[in-house]
Design a protein around this ligand. Sequence first.
Ligand code: FAD
Length: 492
Amino acid sequence: MGKSKQPKAIVVGAGIGGLAVSIRLQLLGYEVVVFESSDQPGGKMGVKRLGDYRFDTGPSLFTMPHFVTELFQLAGEEISQFQYSRKDIVCNYFWEDGKRFSAPADIQKFSEKAAENFDVSQSTVLSYLDLAKQKYNLTAPIFLERSLHKLKTYQHSNVMKSILSIGSLGINSTLDRVNRKAFKDKNLIQFFNRYATYNGSSPYQTPGIMSMIPHLEMYEGTFFPKGGMHAIAQSLYKLALKKGVSFRFSEPVKRISYIDDQVNGVETSEGFESSDIVVSNADVVPTYRKLLPDIAEPKRVLNSERSSSALIFYWGVNKEYPELDLHNILFSDDYKEEFKSLFEKKEMYSDPTIYINITSKEEKTDAPNGCENWFVMVNAPTNIGQNWDQIKTEVRINVIAKISRVLKTDIASHIDVEDVLDPVKIETQTGSYQGSLYGAASNSKFSAFLRHPNFSSRLKNLYFCGGSAHPGGGIPLCLLSAKIVAENVPHP
Ligand SMILES: Cc1cc2nc3c(=O)[nH]c(=O)nc-3n(C[C@H](O)[C@H](O)[C@H](O)COP(=O)(O)OP(=O)(O)OC[C@H]3O[C@@H](n4cnc5c(N)ncnc54)[C@H](O)[C@@H]3O)c2cc1C
């Protein structure tokens, strides 16, 4: 890289990871150009209007907002440009047996309420959450916050080995086994098993270490961004523009170009654009198969099992439901069968767990007066060519029946406007391989090592960020991937 001229970086994709990396690289001194296939920033974090209703199309749960605000701090900007509020209640839970539970976002309050509502003592819940905190504090600095694949990280290999050997971390067990050992109440076990879905995995396969996730939710809290989830992408987009990043929308990258094992730019739909480094925020599978067809693909990484996908119904509902909050779960009666269907049979389950997100509970303007904007999501297998039109019709019938049964309402008669997102659309709209929500699944204890590194070992100056690269999917981890890339690129 020449010292005299300003180095140039190209980012492929304006998902949350691409936006964050563009800001970081611009602040490092690069001239940054982002190419995005679609006509707007955000990727999976999209927005949609149906009549007078507004919907966030993708992520709905927001944790660890400091990974967003630190970008404003780094840029020397007021963090008040991005506003959000903390939720007192994380989620309302409903079971078919009539049980209901509102989970407070506070460890003490949660343990008290859990002891009142489930067959468990407060001290058992507190020790479980304390262990969750220890698991997070021990593993996050090594497994999430740095490039696992760099020599300097392996210089910490003694630390890694000792961490991996701590039995209480549950790395050699599954989340379900850890939870069954800790609790006997089947509803409480299901409650804690659900955290596997936060990265699109199965609680019956994902390692017990995932029990650290409730620590993040109850200790750090959950949040709602003013303006809805899409405001996260919008505010980072505005910040990037302010710092001088250029965006070229509706201009897909067709090839990543290289000479002598070193990238030198990209071919887009409009022609060649040269650069010193390229960061792919696109899914790693199409990055190799479409943008680098002549480079031998890292088979083990690309063939690793994908995380689950989803079917989402966006419903404008002409009624208000006071028993519902921003986040709501209606649990399946047989969780084990549900995950067997999703991951082993690659089929939808007939009694799916239903997640209902209603942002109009927080942002009144998201729905007309007396109405609510329902984002109704069920877990789906990845797209391997199933008949999604038929599946959508069947699932809609099951979902409407379950909601009507559990909430004692006739929900079908209250749906004003409707749209649906399926795994095929997720794949075509965002390039996510097989429509997975979070890149590779974490269904084995080796999955942390199987994610694609944040750099290429085949081509110099090629980097990767976003949900399919290390450290994984979900907003906080995508933002961390951008941070790791910025730490590893040449610093001008
Ligand atoms: C329905 C749903 C629900 C979710 N729920 C949550 C949640 O509650 N909480 C949470 O934290 N996470 C959630 N997630 C996951 C989260 O949305 C993702 O992990 C995250 O948004 C992915 O960001 P990314 O940086 O990987 O980019 P992506 O959002 O995957 O965007 C990649 C971008 O690259 C562009 N692109 C691809 N190929 C090219 C090319 N060749 N040229 C130019 N541009 C290209 C695409 O158009 C896209 O805009 C959910 C995801 C979905 C779909």
